[in-house]
Design a protein around this ligand. Structure first.
Ligand code: GUN
Length: 278
């Protein structure tokens, strides 16, 4: 069966919009885009559209790739102190001369809707989460729709990035799964995958994971978005062969991608409520 991320995301966005319509102030999201990477520009535009549809206030801040670290940090400080803004997101990756870690740490953790600040990552690791990274959290929302209890299941996460793999592993551990984290040096990857009840692929290599690496009845979550030479988008999993073996699988496109944006709205609403209570 297909886990329809587009549909799940649409429902989540509608639920959020209904809630936002009743608020006295619009939740505000600021998205900072540095430079003119076309893929990043598309993501940022989609985030802006999603904000409008959900009734959020949104600000898009586009700065040239030549911006200095100091100027970027002062832009973040301005947004930290702007009461209309509940969430601040700096689109990654950043140009080489900027230090992404310093930039992330400059965001007020209460407004860190990406959940990348060390304080929010630390809380996730302590199983006391506040703002949680959007893509892994969106995957957890998708897994919930299958009705499968994750406790005691063996989950294999392929990829160990700060944005997806590492926080994904923590989310699954917090759900009391047994978690294996693989990286590009992992030996016998296919053997490890063959033991997985749940596979989360986040490596960025088109069609790398083959159907015969997947255990019969597994749940396969494909976080990869890879552009082929012919312009087609495919995941990290070879969908054709894997769908024959898996019980549940996410398509690309229309799987995890839409969930990331819906979860960003969810996080912005969480940040709004937490700030209001203060
Ligand atoms: N680049 C790719 N994914 C993400 C994400 O979730 N957040 C940000 N800020 N940048 C990204």
């Amino acid at each position: 069966m297909i886990i329809d991320g587009k549909q799940i995301a649409q429902e989540l966005r509608q639920t959020i919009a209904n809630e936002v319509a009743l608020l006295e102030r619009k939740p505000g999201l600021a998205v900072i885009l540095i430079g003119d990477d076309p893929a990043s520009a598309v993501y940022v535009r989609n985030k802006g559209i999603a904000c409008k549809e959900a009734g959020f206030y949104s600000e898009k801040i586009n700065k040239p790739a030549s911006i200095t670290q100091a100027a970027l940090l002062s832009e973040i400080e301005r947004l930290n102190n702007d009461d209309k803004i509940d969430g601040i997101l700096v689109q990654l990756p950043l140009p080489q001369h900027l230090d992404a870690n310093l930039v992330i740490e400059a965001i007020n953790p209460a407004k860190d809707v990406d959940g990348f600040h060390s304080e929010n990552i630390g809380k996730l690791m302590q199983n006391n989460p506040f703002l949680r990274p959007c893509t892994p959290k969106g995957v957890m929302t998708m897994l919930k729709t299958t009705g499968v209890d994750l406790a005691g299941k063996h989950c294999v996460v392929v990829g160990a990035s700060n944005i997806v793999g590492r926080p994904m592993a923590m989310e699954l551990l917090n759900a009391r799964a047994t978690v294996t984290i693989c990286n590009s040096k992992t030996q016998d990857l296919s053997g490890k995958l063959k033991q997985a009840d749940i596979v989360v692929a986040a490596v960025g290599i088109a069609n790398m994971i083959q159907g015969d690496w997947i255990k019969s009845g597994a749940i396969v979550i494909d976080v990869g978005i890879n552009k082929l030479d012919n312009g087609h988008l495919v995941g990290d999993v070879d969908f054709e062969s894997a769908q024959k073996v898996a019980d549940w699988i996410t398509p690309v496109p229309g799987g995890v991608g839409p969930m990331t944006i819906a979860t960003l709205l969810e996080n912005t609403l969480t940040a709004y409520k937490a700030r209001k209570e203060k």
